[in-house]
Design a protein around this ligand. Structure first.
Ligand code: GAL
Length: 405
């Protein structure tokens, strides 16, 4: 896209075409906050939605667009995918915007690791999500005498109680990225923070193949036994709807699930509960959505700079993340407008970063490049669908990672 020379408003002559996968009710509501913000600045929006939670389908479309020489202006992207496109020289340099707004001082280090390459800002972080959350229907828990579980055993007892009462204990969508999202939390609980880091970030064979990993897979079997029979292929937001409607007790999902509760008019504490997956209360596995700007011919365009600058503005970071379910990608945004879950999310993130318990999510592309992530997905999903037992899954995981490395 080449900026046309105009006599009036020359800076923002072009629309921005934004490729993203925010198509659920809660996600669309959050996206509208961004669209509205840009509108007030005279930036036009050309929507390029590619449905599919977790963004795999969006990344496939992106590759096709880039290959045909027609990259979108801006692309929602996660973790290692950003680094990969930056290495290929595909992303515009955002340093001028970053310097103007002082991003270095306010964006957490853990995010800079995926937004800056060789001293160059290549993407604009819009949020921080985390994956080790459980979402619960409060009335369902109350009517079955269930308190918020804080250990795996308490969680398992709560699941058994719901099952005995004829309620679907766990709402789940059988898609590889959702299986992996649940596994993220279950593995963190079983391995602990050091084990999680060793296995999923350092790819240490002893950790990948150890007893704790076997425990994680065994726990996945318990979860598999407590989802409804129609789980296969279900979209994540439809699983969230089961908890919202009281058809199911729990969903293990990242905090984008909160966006669905909010867009259904539900209130945390009254209608639904959010809590960390039992045994992971002091850890955070994060994924941060960012917008990478594709190089449109040398320098960042005026529209791209305006989009990046709008995304990082503190007021936008608050307004957007309040709706999305995530927390701000800046450390200096007040939590005043956030609900109880959002306030807890912000507190947890800061505490985890300070205590060395903040880790990139394996399931959402922040622990390893896509090739390794996908190798892990295959094993987690095959095991979840009963192709092999926990012991075999552990050795399959070790093998799959060593081949993908
Ligand atoms: C994640 C993304 C979130 C959320 C989710 C489900 O990968 O970071 O923003 O949209 O997928 O689509």
């Amino acid at each position: 896209m080449v900026a046309t020379a105009l006599t009036t408003a020359p800076a923002l002559a072009e629309d921005v075409e934004v490729l993203h996968w925010w198509t659920s009710g809660g996600e669309a509501a959050a996206l509208n906050v961004l669209k509205g913000d840009l509108e007030t600045q005279g930036i036009g929006w050309q929507d390029m939605p590619v449905a599919g939670g977790g963004g795999e389908a969006a990344m496939t479309v992106l590759r096709a667009r880039v290959t045909s020489g027609n990259a979108p202006t801006a692309v929602q992207m996660l973790g290692f995918d950003i680094l990969d496109w930056a290495d290929q020289g595909a992303l515009a340099d955002l340093n001028s915007v970053a310097a103007e707004q002082g991003w270095d001082a306010v964006v957490p280090e853990a995010l800079q690791a995926f937004a800056k390459v060789d001293g160059k800002w290549v993407s604009a972080p819009v949020n921080v999500h985390s994956t080790n959350w459980v979402w619960a229907n409060k009335a369902v828990l109350d009517s079955n005498g269930i308190a918020v579980p804080t250990t795996w055993d308490e969680f398992a007892a709560a699941v058994d109680a719901l099952s005995a009462a004829g309620v679907t204990p766990i709402a789940h969508g059988g898609q590889a990225w959702q299986d992996a999202t649940v596994f993220d939390a279950v593995a963190m609980g079983a391995l602990g923070p050091d084990g999680y880091k060793a296995a999923f970030i350092d790819l240490d064979e002893d950790a990948l193949g150890g007893d704790a990993m076997k425990t994680a897979f065994e726990r996945m079997e318990f979860i598999r036994a407590n989802v409804d029979e129609n789980f296969s292929g279900r979209d994540w937001n439809l699983a969230t709807a089961m908890v919202i409607n009281g058809e199911a007790g729990f969903q293990m999902m990242g905090d984008w699930a909160k966006g669905e509760f909010l867009s259904a008019g539900k209130t945390p504490g009254d209608d639904f509960l959010c809590f960390r997956f039992p045994g992971t209360e002091n850890q955070v596995t994060f994924n941060a959505d960012q917008f990478a700007m594709f190089d449109q011919g040398g320098t960042v365009s005026a529209e791209q700079a305006a989009l990046a600058s709008a995304i990082l503005s503190p007021s936008f970071q608050s307004a957007f993340n309040v709706v999305k379910g995530s927390v701000p990608a800046r450390t200096d945004v007040s939590d005043a407008d956030f609900d109880a879950c959002g306030k807890q999310g912000m507190k947890d993130l800061a505490a985890a970063a300070a205590s060395g318990n903040l880790f990139g999510s394996m399931a959402h592309g922040h622990a390893n490049p896509a090739s390794i992530k996908n190798a892990m997905y295959d094993v987690i999903t095959a095991h979840f669908n009963g192709e092999y037992d926990a012991e075999t899954a552990v050795s399959e995981l070790v093998d799959a990672v060593s081949i993908a490395k």
